[in-house]
Design a protein around this ligand. Sequence first.
Ligand SMILES: Nc1ncnc2c1ncn2[C@@H]1O[C@H](COP(=O)(O)OP(=O)(O)OP(=O)(O)O)[C@@H](O)[C@H]1O
Ligand SMILES: CC(C)(CO)[C@@H](O)C(=O)[O-]
Ligand code: BAL
Length: 281
Amino acid sequence: MEIFNQIAPLKAFIHAQKQRGKSIGLVPTMGALHAGHLSLIEASKKENSITVCSIFVNPTQFNNPADLLKYPRTFDKDTLLLEKVECDAVFYPDNAEMYPETSLIKFDFSHLDKVMEGKFRPGHFSGVALVVSKLFHIVEPDHAYFGQKDWQQFAVIRQLSEELKFNLKLHSEPTSREQDGLAMSSRNLRLNEQQREQAIVFFRALSAAKTILLSGKSISEAKNLVKEIIEQQPGTILEYFEVADSKNLNLLENVKDSNRPIMCIAGFIGEIRLIDNMFLD
Ligand SMILES: Nc1ncnc2c1ncn2[C@@H]1O[C@H](COP(=O)(O)OP(=O)(O)OP(=O)(O)O)[C@@H](O)[C@H]1O
Ligand SMILES: CC(C)(CO)[C@@H](O)C(=O)[O-]
Ligand code: BAL
């Protein structure tokens, strides 16, 4: 497996592969890899001759400096995992390689980045869009793979890719879960044993909301139920629970107003912020 810290040699590698007619799959990550990330690598390997995984903890997408500081960094373990699944190349740049001393560009996605994650993490999606644009420019992939767990991120990147005419196909892969249902997440590494048990509350709340929504109850009844479930679990705080149209992210008051509604949740276990989501079908 090739490891690149710099853009120029990575571009030369990609160029040589493309000249040989190889297709390129890109899996952007922030490292601290888990089975969810590896499922994206597997998906890319199935459809491409060369898979590139990027590992970069992107400072411009962090609205909370403590979150950036404490973000898990496990590069040595990550490379072992990537070797094991036979990823072809890793791009592991530092901040200076990716950003000028002063970064000025900001993105605004109108409604798409004003709700849910965008509302509670101002500037987050601007930072995501900026770094993903850079990665798409550098790697020029034929396919790029993202996880359903960050559904709003996928909607924003789809808009970005359409508007900027990136010539690639985007894929959203299903959320990999622990045995008890907890969505795998790099931030789970920060949970202590008790918090790890408590963290299942978000999956439990989504599952309970799905059951009552499918039985015909209203979204406001589902919101009350979710609030109740989270309040009953000590050490946890609900930030939001919303039901949205999965394409345009309009928040719904009635599930019948969308062809494919998705329930999205975010909250804190102690100071660790986690998100999850579930489709209603
Ligand atoms: N459980 C999962 N199953 C499938 N894909 C996932 C999962 N968790 C994250 N991903 C995807 O992996 C890619 C990289 O995500 P990232 O490195 O931020 O990991 P993460 O686990 O989401 O970390 P965190 O949420 O703590 O930032 C994203 O496209 C993300 O949606
Ligand atoms: C897409 C991404 C790698 C951009 O930094 C990040 O937001 C993530 O890991 O989901
Ligand atoms: N997986 C989303 C990246 C973030 O939380 O910043």
